[in-house]
Design a protein around this ligand. Structure first.
Ligand code: GDP
Length: 304
């Protein structure tokens, strides 16, 4: 992840080392190199443009800093701007004042929603929460069973319609909206303070998928809707994110498969384009390959 981008940026910034003073031409040349590196990493063009404009403006207008040489000063600016496009501060989950907190997951099929549901449940259980996983992906064969498997591994109960019914209430059917509602009742009853609702995805964005997700959203009024996106799809993540923003709306993003050979475009574009923060990063197939997303750490990783 980010290897090529990281190498390019490091090499570009390395060229500035040893220079006593940076001319505007030096800054323009550096900005050009950074622009190419970002475009090659598949970062969305509007994000690249704004980033480069900021770097130029700040680097040219920078006061001479006592403690930093010019190269260090540019590196500091690039680092700060990277942290900025990645979201600035780490954004924590919004927890409801009156539990349960409802977290709904949305995204394309294969994005990693079900895996993430297990990871998030395990993560929250580790923070002394008592989550309940809810199987509302009733489209894909095996999705319910798959959630039950991750639930078992996370040691978190799963609320699901048949097969694997966990409620006595016979009105639970194959309707995901009904399942979601029943799950909230179950959470109230069994004192789960967080409900994580896994929803169906399609291979591509489609209206029915959006409608179903929007219906579930309306029924359970989630405190967070997390858009789950595979970092490997690069800039396509931006188009998908825009479709979900318009069709369902979301309050945060989870990047998955950051362990893969992703160039970085999704991570660097999605916050800026959608206006919503990245909350978590998923780094592998195991439940423990997961953490809160820290923009500053990610920026440091990119700058090597
Ligand atoms: P869903 O269709 O959105 O529910 O996606 P799944 O959770 O079923 O994940 C699709 C595939 O991606 C599965 O094979 C997962 O094991 C895999 N996967 C999920 N998250 C990650 C991740 O962070 N890294 C890697 N390498 N694979 C992942």
């Amino acid at each position: 992840m980010f290897d090529t981008l990281s190498d390019r940026l490091t090499a570009t910034l390395q060229n500035l080392r040893g220079k006593g003073r940076l001319s505007d031409a030096d800054i323009d040349a550096t900005a050009r190199e950074i622009r190419i590196a970002l475009l090659e990493a598949d970062v969305a063009l509007p994000v690249v443009k704004e980033f480069i404009a900021q770097i130029k403006q700040r680097a040219k207008g920078a006061e001479v800093h006592q403690a930093l040489n010019p190269a260090q000063q540019v590196i500091k600016i690039v680092n700060e701007e990277l942290v900025g496009i990645l979201g600035g501060e780490t954004r924590r989950l919004n927890l409801a004042k009156n539990p349960p907190t409802v977290i709904m997951l949305a995204g394309l099929q294969g994005a990693g929603k079900t895996t993430l549901a297990g990871k998030l449940a395990r993560f929250l259980r580790g923070q002394q929460h008592t989550p309940l996983l809810v199987a509302c992906d009733l489209q894909r064969p095996n999705a319910v069973t798959q959630l039950q498997v991750v639930g078992e591994r996370a040691e978190v109960p799963v609320f699901a319609p048949h097969p694997g019914v966990t409620s006595d209430d016979e009105t639970v059917t194959g309707d995901p909206v009904a399942v979601a509602k029943q799950a909230i009742e179950e959470a109230n009853h069994a004192q789960h303070d967080i409900v994580i609702v896994d929803t169906a995805g399609r291979l591509g964005v489609d209206e029915e998928l959006m409608r179903q997700a929007a219906n579930i959203r309306d029924a359970v009024q989630p405190d967070e809707v997390l858009f789950v996106v595979d970092a490997m799809i690069g800039q396509d993540a931006v188009n998908t994110a825009e479709a979900f923003r318009d069709g369902v709306g979301f309050t945060g993003v989870v990047l998955t498969k950051l362990d893969g050979d992703a160039r970085g475009g999704a991570a660097l574009s999605v916050r800026q384009v959608t206006g919503q923060p990245i909350l978590f990063a998923s780094n592998g197939e195991k439940l423990e390959d997961f953490d809160a997303f820290h923009p500053d750490r990610m920026a440091s990783r990119i700058l090597g």
